[in-house]
Design a protein around this ligand. Structure first.
Ligand code: FMN
Length: 333
């Protein structure tokens, strides 16, 4: 398999609010060139009335990168999709899976699954506005409804409007009292539903999401569907991404070792920290899992998360983190 023959949705990192900002995506690009990256959800309201530059600016190395939009007004979504395309995004993704109370009050996110005709209108309006793919990320059901026909009819209606890529978080969204975090763990995963969607809509690109933490799981999913989206495990154990290009896209990996990735991120911090309200920590926080499972990782992470060091230049903090790591290797503590 060559990269050009690989389906672009084969492996991706999920959109995650507060986590997959541009700095996190820049780090992920030091680890994988091929996996698709997604922004945090950006609401149409924020984009139309807020600081578009702050919400949309990204580094060209982040390609392929998708902008995830949250909203329910076809006209506004079309305008935002056009803005996203003009900024250079490779895909517009509509969020139909977020269960947070704030999003429910705005009547978008997961609640949209109850309104497939509206979602179809939104998708059609966005498709008419842009050339890049318009995709949808959704759940397999709402509340306790386990009826396959619900998600099948949703996908069918939205596909009719021209959406060809569906990213399916293989859990229901329980909209009655669970927190967003609980909604990522409590409703049971039912991946068979996603496999069945692929069987019923073989011409669509179906990507499964939810609870993926190992290569064995990825391999199993890829026997049934077109792609796998990984969220929390990619964030907490980013070094996993360093094996993806070779394993899933038939390309040479880009990252030599963790030290090289850290060194590049420290240079990046030195360039960007002066413009960030949180200083270098706004970037370093995304790297805290880089040595996940390695000897000395805990000591190294303690230095990078020590708020008393925030006023020091990042290169100096890096030096202290290295010393702590080496000390820990010698003492075993
Ligand atoms: C901190 C956090 C923020 C999230 N924000 C979003 C979001 O903005 N848009 C979205 O579609 N999903 C969001 N999600 C859900 C993930 O995209 C993904 O569907 C979910 O975490 C399940 O995948 P996983 O088990 O691989 O983490 C978020 C998840 C987390 C952990």
């Amino acid at each position: 398999m060559t990269a050009s023959s690989a389906n672009p949705w084969r492996l991706s990192v999920a959109p995650m609010m507060e986590w997959t900002d541009r700095h996190c995506r820049w780090l992920h690009r030091q680890l994988t060139r091929c996996a698709r990256l997604y922004t945090e959800m950006v609401t149409t309201g924020a984009l139309l009335h807020g600081d578009a530059r702050r919400l949309l600016a990204f580094d060209p190395i982040e390609h392929p990168v998708a902008l995830q939009l949250g909203g329910n007004d076809a006209r506004e979504l079309a305008v935002c999709a056009r803005i996203g395309e003009a900024w250079g995004y490779d895909e517009i993704n509509l969020n139909c899976g977020c269960p947070s109370p704030r999003v429910q009050r705005g009547a978008f996110g997961a609640c949209l699954m109850e309104h497939p005709t509206l979602v179809a209108q939104c998708v059609r309006a966005m498709r008419d506005a842009v050339q890049i793919p318009v995709t949808v990320k959704h759940r397999i059901g709402i509340d306790r409804v386990q009826d396959y026909a619900f998600v099948r009819d949703f996908v069918g209606a939205v596909a009719e409007a021209g959406c060809a890529v569906f990213i399916v978080h293989a859990r229901n969204a329980w909209l009655d009292g669970l927190s967003p975090a609980e909604n990522r763990t409590v409703p049971p995963l039912r991946v068979e539903v996603v496999y069945r969607l692929k069987r019923d809509f073989p011409h669509l690109t179906i990507v499964v999401n939810g609870g993926v933490t190992t290569d064995a799981q990825v391999a199993e999913h890829l026997r049934h569907v077109d792609g796998v989206m990984v969220g929390r495990q990619a964030y907490h154990n980013p070094w996993w991404l360093a094996s993806w290009d070779e394993r899933y896209f038939g390309m040479h990996g880009v990252a030599a070792d963790r030290d090289a990735v850290e060194a590049r991120l420290v240079d990046y911090m030195a360039r960007h920290a002066p413009t960030l309200p949180g200083g270098w920590y706004a970037i370093a926080r995304h790297m805290l899992g880089l040595r996940h499972g390695q000897p000395g990782a805990r000591r190294w992470r303690q230095v990078w998360s020590d708020h008393r060091l925030k006023s020091l230049p990042p290169h100096e903090v890096a030096q202290r983190a290295r010393q702590a790591l080496e000390r820990s290797l010698v003492t075993g503590k």
